[in-house]
Design a protein around this ligand. Sequence first.
Ligand SMILES: Nc1ncnc2c1ncn2[C@@H]1O[C@H](COP(=O)(O)OP(=O)(O)O)[C@@H](O)[C@H]1O
Ligand SMILES: [Mg+2]
Length: 361
Amino acid sequence: MSYLSISHLQKSFNDLLALNDISLEIEKGEFICFLGPSGCGKTTLLRTICGLESQDSGSIIQDSVDISRLSAEKRDFGIVFQSYALFPNLSVFDNIAFGLVNQRRPKQEITDKVNELLSLTGLQEHAQKYPSQLSGGQQQRVALCRALAMEPGLLLLDEPLSALDAKIREHLRREICRIHRKLGLTTIMVTHDQTEAMTMADRIVVMNAGRIEHVGTPEEIYLQPASAFVADFIGTSNTLYGEIKDTSLLLPGWTAPVALVEKRTGGETTILIRPEHLTLHNEQPSGPHAQGTISDIEFLGSQLSVELKLDDHQTQSNKALKATLSLQDAHHLTLTRNCPVWISVQPNNVCLLAEQEASAA
Ligand SMILES: Nc1ncnc2c1ncn2[C@@H]1O[C@H](COP(=O)(O)OP(=O)(O)O)[C@@H](O)[C@H]1O
Ligand SMILES: [Mg+2]
């Protein structure tokens, strides 16, 4: 059985359905990210898991105990918020010791535990300082120590890095991963930052408007997104409407069908192609391809982003596609605005959306 088992959670605020039939299984020791746009319900789900918010219906089982109706004080978790929420009048040491002191643990045990956490997070020399004397990143480390002090079974992080500037964020990202690996603590982190989720999570839960859109490893979510929303939210993607005939797929504007890797029944379907999976040519290639015109080129440092308009003689439309290529690949090509270009794609880089999503689109 999973460590945390969430089934059919439902939660409304007045007319707004903030959580809509959320079911999710989390294994012991996993690092999970809830990822989605602002207002999609990430914080509400996190707060419901720890009892700071109560669901209208549905259940939560943690470590084989039904905690659905337990108050937050009776649940086993530590939490870190975006705003550090430290006690300003207490030293770093006392902030971290707070919960243990409340529990009247032996003095020596408290000192040992706090010192262990201070050294785990590299804060030893700041023990006697006050929060106002620390940088944002240091304060967030103190908040993390405070959450870890009670040795919770579940660590919850609600956008812990969002208030920090880029450099420190990246540093603390790695630090949180290191601490997670060291302690093996089941961790859920809320973020709206796809890079954060992709680099930190074992599995990502992509949410949209109170629902779970996709649960998977970063790789699964990137390469085989469950919906157009997921594909768009994680990186960028070209969305096309193709037609499946037998074992191949005809894309609008393409000269010939592309072989299908996946077996699928015929008909219209929504497909996704990542910008880096389109290959550009200066001359007509031999296999299935489309022709277009370059409408824009952006230099992104290590990459070139090319926008092109596809000539679709059938529908007379002028569909814009995005392609990205490495500078090395671009070096072999002549790419200028308004110049004609041919594109092709490898069959295994054509991602067909799940059938229910395709028919809804
Ligand atoms: N206490 C509350 N009262 C009323 N509406 C709320 C409350 N908390 C959250 N909401 C609403 O629920 C939705 C989900 O919010 P939230 O879980 O905070 O989203 P996220 O963390 O993904 O940005 C939003 O539309 C938000 O305005
Ligand atoms: Mg939030």
